[in-house]
Design a protein around this ligand. Structure first.
Ligand SMILES: Nc1ncnc2c1ncn2[C@@H]1O[C@H](COP(=O)(O)OP(=O)(O)OP(=O)(O)O)[C@@H](O)[C@H]1O
Ligand SMILES: [Mg+2]
Length: 356
């Protein structure tokens, strides 16, 4: 089975072709064009610029993907595209392209939740079996989820304010490290003393699996304002202190989820991390130690498959096609779309996730 995946929900234009073979899944091509240069002058993603950049580059990227994979549209079994959550302009560009290709080539269309892409990547890369415990840490989300099957997710905890990725991005901006902040903080932190600045770890030590990061961001803003600016040594020390505080908070909350998972799902063997922040080396190392201490295996996709990509969307297409879960060509877009069934709707949400 071969599926073309298309991802345009934020600031990466991506197309990929993934095959399910007897030897296991194979990524035949995984193309990505980031838009850092377009958005850098604004210090963050500008939705209108993102949509226009997707429009300018998506067709070329899909052509390159098909050529690299050496397959024709006639040889693929389905076209999968992210229909949410994300920025509406980009979602329109990618979904319309995918539906057009599916219709023209006479192939099924699979409407994909971007978060399910992150959630299932470890099955593509490491063949992880359900059920598993997932720490989903990306730019827009920070959640602990029980993954019981395709389309079957239970949220154990979520952030009360910012996501971990947003916290990296916003504090990097305050420190003057540019966008995207996660990789910039990680690089700069290597030179710094993580124990120089004392920063809060919100909710640390409390029961439950929720997160909170806004206090940490405010503490960094105050520190910089009170200190009257930063020199290079300060910058590296502050980056290291921020990274340590974010990782401490994530590990503390994940430890509670691991306890819950072991009690309620003794058959489960794996702790998984996914989303852009899961590319962070310190976080990966500490999650591996946490899992080890609890007798679990730890799996995180390679860093390039933690951040946004289309291989994960093509993979969800394969998982869903194998279960007969395809969509009509009039499938709607969902700019806000929680992964877990029955989650409270945020304003603007159109529908909740459902297997039907
Ligand atoms: N090495 C790293 N360390 C820490 N954070 C990182 C690292 N690499 C990327 N990030 C962060 O990951 C985030 C991007 O992740 P991702 O592409 O999964 O998010 P998104 O697609 O924007 O959000 P969502 O998936 O929730 O819609 C950014 O906030 C970025 O700063
Ligand atoms: Mg993402």
């Amino acid at each position: 089975m071969i599926v073309l995946g298309i991802e345009t929900s934020c600031d990466e234009t991506a197309a990929a072709i993934v095959a399910a073979t007897r030897q296991g899944p194979r990524i035949l091509s995984n193309q990505l064009r980031a838009q850092f240069a377009e958005h850098a002058p604004f210090g963050g993603v500008v939705p209108e610029i993102a949509a226009r950049a997707h429009l300018d580059h998506l067709d070329t990227l899909i052509g390159r993907t098909l050529a690299e994979a050496n397959v024709t549209l006639a040889e693929i079994d389905g076209v999968a595209a992210t229909v949410g959550p994300g920025l509406i302009g980009g979602l329109i560009v990618g979904t319309m392209m995918a539906k057009g290709i599916a219709w023209g080539a006479g192939k099924p269309f699979i409407a994909v939740n971007h978060l399910e892409g992150h959630a299932l990547t470890s099955r593509l890369t490491n063949g992880v079996d359900f059920p598993y415990l997932l720490l989903l840490v990306s730019g827009g989300h920070c959640q602990l989820l029980l993954c019981a099957g395709v389309g079957r997710y239970t949220c154990l905890g979520t952030t009360l304010d910012d996501s971990a990725g947003e916290t990296f991005d916003k504090t990097a901006k305050l420190i003057g490290l540019g966008y995207p902040g996660g990789p910039a903080i990680e690089r700069t932190a290597n030179e710094g003393n993580a124990y120089r600045f004392v920063l809060p770890r919100p909710l640390k030590g409390r029961p439950g699996c929720d997160f909170s990061f806004s206090g940490l961001k405010t503490a960094v803003r105050r520190l910089i304002a009170d200190g009257g600016g930063l020199d290079f040594g300060d910058t590296a020390d502050l980056a290291a202190s921020v990274q340590l505080a974010i990782c401490d908070a994530l590990i503390d909350r994940t430890a509670n989820a691991v306890d819950w998972f072991r009690r309620h799902h003794p058959e489960g063997t794996t702790l998984v991390a996914a989303g852009g922040v899961a590319a962070n080396e310190q976080l990966r190392r500490r999650l591996a130690a946490l899992a080890d201490g609890a007798g679990l295996r730890f799996v995180a996709p390679p860093p390039a498959l933690c951040t946004d990509n289309a291989a994960m969307i093509a993979w969800v297409g394969i998982e869903r096609l194998l279960l007969g879960l395809v969509n009509h060509l009039d499938a709607a877009l969902h700019p806000r779309w929680p992964l877990n069934i029955g989650a409270p709707q945020r304003p603007g949400a159109e529908v909740t996730w459902s297997r039907e």
